[in-house]
Design a protein around this ligand. Structure first.
Ligand code: DC
Length: 214
């Protein structure tokens, strides 16, 4: 804590821009806990699908969000196109976001944290001392996601990966509840032309500057 403010580093941005890798490495380097907040929405979406309900059904999604457990976040079926779209759909429902708000704030307040997501710097911790908005071109992000899928032996089609990503970006940025957008005081980090080491070095410098000033 510094001046009563939790030592939270907000790492927001669209899918496959590199924010997960950067956030995890920042957390390790700074000695802070790490939370991938996308997992919360993914787990809610998965539980709605398990019930045979539609992830856009607010009542069904809210019921799952309110009863989410830590074990749900450890499931091994939270990735893939179906889980991606279900997560994005439940994330557009304001009551789902409200149900997950305290959970995220409690996590960050306990010991500080590096948290990655879409609205950490705008809604969850608007007073976070350090905020990054990590982005990259749609083409670069689709290529990265495609390479990841190939590395995992999952059959995929680059054009399809790109069109699903475009749809999810539009849904995440176009929703009225906590849309994905950079906080006014976030530092933009475009990783289109950067390798992971360069991006990490830059991110670490930016975050350290902010934490020292805080
Ligand atoms: O970061 P991710 O791809 O795992 O996120 C999955 C979905 O959850 C994404 O489409 C948007 C949503 N999400 C969100 O609305 N707010 C967050 N803080 C994190 C994720």
């Amino acid at each position: 804590m510094s001046g009563g403010r939790p030592r939270v580093v907000a790492v927001d941005g669209p899918a496959a821009a590199g924010k997960g890798t950067l956030a995890r490495r920042l957390a390790a380097e700074l000695g802070l806990p790490y939370l991938d907040t996308g997992l919360l929405y993914r787990a809610v979406g998965r539980r709605v699908l398990d019930r045979g309900a539609d992830p856009r059904d607010a009542a069904a999604a809210v019921a799952e969000a309110r009863t989410l457990t830590a074990a749900d976040l450890l499931r091994d079926d939270l990735r893939g196109p179906q889980a991606d779209m279900a997560a994005s759909a439940v994330a557009a429902i304001p009551e789902v976001r409200a149900a997950l708000l305290d959970w995220q704030r409690d996590f960050g307040r306990a010991h500080g944290a590096v948290m990655d997501g879409r609205d950490i710097g705008t809604v969850i911790f608007p007073d976070a001392p350090a905020k990054l908005f990590v982005t990259a071109s749609l083409e670069a992000r689709a290529r990265r996601r495609f390479a990841e899928l190939q590395a995992r032996g999952v059959a995929a089609d680059l054009a399809q990966v790109e069109s699903e990503m475009r749809a999810r970006d539009a849904q995440d940025a176009g929703r009225s509840a906590a849309p994905m957008k950079p906080a006014e005081d976030a530092v933009l980090l475009d990783t289109t032309e950067l390798g992971i080491e360069q991006a990490f070095a830059l991110a670490l410098t930016l975050v350290r500057e902010r934490l020292v000033q805080a």
